[in-house]
Design a protein around this ligand. Structure first.
Ligand code: HEC
Ligand code: HEC
Ligand code: HEC
Ligand code: HEC
Ligand code: HEC
Ligand code: HEC
Ligand code: HEC
Ligand code: HEC
Ligand code: HEC
Ligand code: HEC
Length: 341
């Protein structure tokens, strides 16, 4: 937690410090998984001049299914991109050189993932994909820690039809889930949220509670708020202090800048007061009555710590009222230090 805060602070300080952040980050990744080494170092971005490489067409006749499926993916298009000229693309970019395998018909003469752990397979993918910020922190996430690898969510060859029909925002029903190609967007094995709920069924009820974010309805996705590829934040949430915070993306008016900020919005974040998935309480609040929520922090008999907020000094009857009837601009105000307008 402390490290996370420190990193956040550094990020705010700007790009001058980015090297420091990078250094800290690199060290923390080592701390998490000290023994990680790349078990498949050779094949990736290898040089196509190497005589061991024969090209994907050579695999076509014997592995028609994989070839067909693969030929519709972004991976298959790499060979047409200028910057990939002269580098190994295609089947062999993951499976390694195929010459001996073809010559001898020997399945042991090709890199197979059958007996590899999901971490080992993920290393193959990461050797090309780790560079993007979105996936930089894969080895810091809960998925990595729990042996959930790339191919638990993505199919390496994709499905056999070429049409990327699925838009992740489309509700998956029994009727359309079976359609060929339906889940092929991003080579995902199923749609977000269906993919996620397959393993995280425990969060589903919250999205059916009286007040909820419309994920099951298809209006938004789990990955709008979470980075399935890991990150610094607790719960892999996209909740950085920067402008790209998960909630602010859609609720921009809550970001400010405000002349008078309500401290917890900035320090603890939205989940200090809201349950993000869903709630029995209006406005996704943690408590049924607003005053209950406020008084968890603003209580006269609260301790004496210097950083603690004061309780309302005003008419104590107000304690039983709806605090936000008066303190309307509860997320911050440009004009009122007590958030009246
Ligand atoms: C002459 C036919 C032939 C060609 C060409 C061929 N393979 Fe194979 N491959 C086989 C046979 C036979 C097996 C073993 C049976 C099986 O698993 O289907 C196999 C198995 C494999 C396996 C699974 C190994 C395992 O045990 O898990 C992979 C991966 C593979 N081939 C990749 C490739 C790639 C990549 C190419 C092109 C560079 C290729 N093959 C070209 C015949 C071929
Ligand atoms: C992006 C990396 C990647 C590329 C490119 C790729 N494969 Fe694979 N392949 C895998 C992985 C990972 C598996 C293991 C399957 C799994 O875990 O679901 C696999 C499995 C296989 C198998 C074993 C049978 C099976 O389907 O599980 C064969 C055969 C195979 N691939 C052939 C090919 C051929 C032929 C090509 C090119 C047309 C190709 N692969 C392209 C990653 C790749
Ligand atoms: C040889 C380098 C390389 C390897 C190895 C590799 N990829 Fe890729 N992959 C790329 C490039 C380049 C792109 C296209 C640009 C991008 O989206 O980043 C891409 C695109 C993707 C996409 C986006 C597809 C889309 O339609 O938007 C997914 C998902 C993906 N790769 C998953 C994987 C997985 C899973 C593995 C491991 C089984 C893997 N990749 C291995 C280079 C690679
Ligand atoms: C827990 C499920 C999950 C795992 C594990 C996972 N992904 Fe993804 N991935 C997704 C989802 C969901 C999307 C679509 C997100 C979106 O469209 O914004 C995605 C999108 C992508 C994309 C395309 C979008 C982009 O950012 O360019 C690539 C490339 C990709 N993943 C690669 C990988 C690689 C490589 C791994 C392993 C290191 C991996 N993924 C592991 C769920 C997963
Ligand atoms: C193959 C199973 C699997 C899939 C698919 C999967 N997850 Fe996970 N996920 C796990 C496991 C296992 C953990 C670690 C244990 C736990 O907290 O449940 C985890 C952890 C998480 C956490 C962190 C929870 C915490 O307490 O810190 C989040 C957030 C998460 N997953 C979101 C997603 C999202 C979003 C998707 C879809 C894009 C997804 N997962 C898909 C298995 C999966
Ligand atoms: C509106 C944003 C948002 C959406 C959409 C969302 N989550 Fe979350 N989720 C969060 C936040 C924020 C937390 C952390 C809650 C906390 O710290 O109290 C969280 C926590 C979690 C956890 C950790 C366990 C828990 O309940 O605290 C899991 C697992 C998880 N989410 C999975 C999912 C899955 C699966 C989906 C899609 C079906 C999803 N989330 C959709 C924001 C979201
Ligand atoms: C992808 C866009 C999106 C993201 C990201 C998002 N929300 Fe929402 N949120 C909505 C929409 C749309 C609604 C209102 C409509 C509905 O679903 O009923 C809503 C409703 C709410 C409400 C209830 C408003 C009311 O009037 O009852 C609260 C509170 C809320 N969101 C908080 C959050 C928090 C906290 C986060 C981050 C953890 C977050 N939202 C992330 C789109 C988003
Ligand atoms: C200190 C507690 C607290 C924090 C922190 C907080 N909220 Fe709220 N929020 C409330 C209360 C209380 C209400 C209900 C106001 C009312 O009764 O009208 C509310 C209402 C909302 C609503 C619905 C009504 C409206 O004004 O649009 C949204 C959306 C919302 N909050 C989003 C957020 C987001 C996004 C964050 C994080 C940036 C956040 N909240 C942080 C207490 C909080
Ligand atoms: C998570 C704890 C928390 C919750 C919940 C919370 N507050 Fe605050 N609030 C604070 C902190 C911390 C301050 C800053 C106090 C300071 O600087 O002395 C503050 C400041 C204020 C102020 C400005 C006056 C002052 O004392 O500085 C008002 C008014 C206020 N809160 C009202 C509310 C109301 C109304 C609610 C319920 C909707 C609420 N708060 C919920 C922590 C909280
Ligand atoms: C009837 C309107 C009203 C209601 C309801 C109300 N307040 Fe206030 N609140 C005020 C006024 C008026 C002030 C004093 C403003 C000033 O001094 O400038 C105030 C000030 C505060 C302050 C700043 C410290 C102080 O006393 O000067 C806090 C904290 C606060 N209220 C919290 C709450 C909480 C928590 C609730 C709900 C339990 C609540 N208020 C309900 C009108 C209200």
């Amino acid at each position: 937690m402390r490290l996370t805060k420190a990193i956040k602070t550094l990020l705010i300080c700007g790009s001058v410090l980015s090297m420091v952040v990078w250094f800290t980050a690199a060290r923390s990744s080592q701390a998490v998984s000290p023994t990680v080494t790349n078990p498949n170092p050779a094949p990736v971005i290898a040089n196509a001049d190497d005589p061991g490489y024969v090209g994907s067409d050579a695999c076509k006749d014997c592995h028609e299914d994989q070839f067909k499926a693969y030929s519709h993916t972004s991976h298959a298009k790499l060979s047409t991109i200028g910057s990939w000229k002269g580098k190994v693309t295609g089947c062999e970019s993951c499976h390694g050189p195929g010459k001996n395998h073809i010559a001898e018909g020997d399945p042991t003469k090709i890199i197979s993932f059958k007996n590899k752990t999901s971490k080992e397979t993920a290393e193959t993918c990461l050797s090309c994909h780790a560079g993007k910020e979105e996936r930089n922190n894969f080895r810091r996430g809960e998925h990595w820690r729990n042996d959930i690898g790339c191919t638990d969510c993505h199919s390496p060859h994709s499905v056999t039809t070429g049409k990327n029909l699925a838009n992740s925002n489309v509700l998956v029903t029994a009727a359309n889930a079976e359609k060929p190609g339906f889940s092929s967007i991003r080579m995902l094995k199923a749609n977000d949220p269906q993919l996620c709920l397959g393993c995280h069924s425990e969060v589903k009820p919250a999205f059916s509670s009286p007040f909820h974010h419309k994920v099951l309805e298809g209006a938004m996705r789990c990955s709008d708020c979470h980075n399935p590829h890991g990150g610094f934040e607790l719960k892999q949430a996209r909740l950085s202090t920067g402008g790209d915070a998960a909630c602010i993306k859609c609720h921009a008016d809550k970001q400010g800048p405000f002349t008078y900020e309500h401290a917890p919005v900035k320090t603890e974040g939205c989940t200090a007061c809201h349950t993000p998935h869903g709630s029995a309480n209006p406005r996704l609040l943690k408590f049924a009555a607003v005053n209950q929520l406020c008084l968890t922090c603003h209580s006269v008999d609260h301790g004496v710590g210097a950083v603690e907020p004061s309780g309302p000094q005003h008419n104590q009857n107000a304690q039983y009222g709806n605090c936000t009837a008066c303190h309307i601009k509860i997320h911050g105000s440009r004009t009122s230090p007590v958030f009246f307008r």
